[in-house]
Structure formats: C-alpha cells, structure tokens
Design a protein around this ligand. Structure first.
Ligand code: PEP
Length: 251
C-alpha cells in the first residue's frame, strides 16, 4: 500500500500563503515516488491550491464537509463543491471538530456517508483523550467510535477509505504517541475492522497516525507495523519539516 502523507493546515494560510507554501514544497519534492502526498488547506484556498498543483501527483483534501447534498444550510459546504474544486479526500470528525464544534459519532457517520456519496475518500479521525488513556479505556473508546462512525456503511463502500488514529493528547502538544503505542492501537483498529467487515477489507483500509509528527519522528512512525501513513498538522506548515516527513519512507 502506498503510504499516505496528509498536510492538515487547519485555520492557517491565506490564498497567497497557500500558493507560496505549495510552490516551495512542490519545488523540493517534485512529484515524489512511493508516497501519496495530500494537502488540506482551508476551504478558501482550495481552488487556488488545485490550480497550483495541476500536472503534479499531489492531491487535495478538504478539512470538513456538510452531510446534506444541498439546500438552505447557510455557511455549510457540500461534498459536491469539494469535488468541484478538485478534492479527492475529505477529513471527517477531526478531534478539533469533535471538541470545539460538538461533532458526535452520529454526525461523523452522516459525514462519512455524504463523502462516499460524492465519491470523496473520507479520512475518518478517531482517538482517545488523555483521561481515557489514563483510565485504560483507549481500545473501548476507539472501538465505539469505529462502530458508530461506520454504522450501516457497506463493505463495498470501503474500497477507498482512511482511518486516522489521532490520540487527542498528542495533537498539537509536541507529545507524539510512542511507536509501541501506535503499533498496538493500529493492530487493534485493523482487527476491529476485520471483525466488522472481513480481513481483506480491513487490509485495504489505510490506517494512518497523527499527533505531533515532525521531521525527526516521521521515519520511525512510518516504519511501524500497520502504519499506512501520517496526518500532519503543525509541521506541515514548515516546508523543511514537511519535506523531511515526506522523504522519510525512503531515508
Ligand atoms: C492534526 O491536526 O491532525 C495534527 C495531528 O496536528 P499536529 O501534527 O500539530 O499534532
């Protein structure tokens, strides 16, 4: 499976800044082989990013979508609009959305369905809080999220699907999960998916890790069993860091 490296720029980067960052990264990475690199700038910069990335192998993701297809939902963005500006992927239920915007597993499930309907590949984010890890609830929490977020999603819909394991305590804190923690959780996620669907389906789903990934820990995380890629926040806004992360499969 080709490893997937996703740059989540969160609420950073104007159009000018987006084009400047992409130009710098694109110049140094120059259509990398052996990894799939995806950028998720803010909605407002997606179209300019699409133009800046034309004739490259880089792909685009949106950071969120609304679950309805169209209608009177002021301020919301439909999956079809994301397709329209060149997105292949969409991040669903990032922990910042769960925490700051009250996104529940029910909402995550609706958003996964909406993404699939629009032929967008969902990047479903799951992860435990610090308190949940400390009280030994990690696996239970992750299992619940997977079951609820994928409720009534058919096996045939999971041909292209990404699960991002993002421990909440590791996001933006500088404290990445250890290789041992990541390996344990990723095999648990794979096994849970195999039980929910079947082993071939579970093995096709890319399970990526996110949480304080940087240039100097990307190599070990990316070479951990059952890690099919990385979701990178802060470090993806620093070209030298992100370039190093994208090159770490080879180094
Ligand atoms: C993220 O935004 O998904 C993330 C993992 O952020 P950071 O890399 O900054 O921890």
């Amino acid at each position: 499976m080709t490893p997937l490296i996703i740059a989540n720029w969160k609420m950073h980067a104007t159009i000018d800044e987006t084009v400047k960052l992409l130009t710098e990264i694109r110049f140094s990475l120059n259509n990398p082989d052996g990894v799939e690199v995806v950028f998720a700038p803010p909605f407002t910069a997606l179209y300019s990013a699409h133009i800046a990335l034309q004739e490259t192998n880089f792909k685009l993701a949106a950071q969120d979508l609304f679950w309805e297809l169209e209608g009177p939902y002021t301020g919301e963005i439909a999956g079809s609009f994301l397709k329209d500006v060149g997105c292949h992927y969409v991040i669903v239920a990032h922990s910042e959305r769960r925490r700051s915007f009250g996104e529940t597993d029910e909402i995550a499930n609706k958003k996964v369905r909406a993404a699939l309907t629009q032929d967008l590949i969902p990047i479903l984010c799951i992860g435990e809080t610090d308190a949940e890890r400390k009280s030994n609830q990690t696996m239970e929490v992750l299992q619940k999220q997977l079951k609820r977020d994928l409720q009534e999603i058919a096996m045939s819909d999971l041909k292209n699907f990404v699960v991002a394991y993002e421990p909440v305590w590791a996001i933006g804190t500088g404290n990445n999960a250890t290789v041992e923690q990541v390996e344990e959780v990723h095999s648990f996620i794979r096994n849970t998916l195999a039980k929910m669907y079947d082993a071939p389906t579970a093995s096709r789903i890319r399970i990526i890790y996110g949480g304080s990934v940087k240039g100097d820990n990307a190599f070990s995380l990316l070479h951990t069993k059952n890690v099919d890629g990385l979701l990178v926040g802060g470090a993806s806004l620093i070209p030298e860091q992100f370039i190093k992360i994208c090159q770490s499969k080879e180094s």
